[in-house]
Design a protein. Structure first.
Length: 54
């Protein structure tokens, strides 16, 4: 069985955690903060963590 390292599991973790975190941020903080969560999570952290781990 193929075992991935903990660091390689960060890519799907960033992708999955961003959605509920952004949805919760919108009503609790502000729409602008939720937008920042989505942009940083999906457009920055997810691709950036996928590059070193393939």
């Amino acid at each position: 069985m193929y075992s991935r390292s903990l660091a390689a599991n960060l890519t799907p973790l960033f992708a999955v955690i961003t959605l509920p975190l952004g949805i919760l941020t919108a009503p609790l903080v502000s729409f602008q903060a939720a937008l920042v969560v989505f942009v940083v999570g999906w457009l920055l952290l997810t691709p950036a963590s996928a590059i070193p781990f393939g």
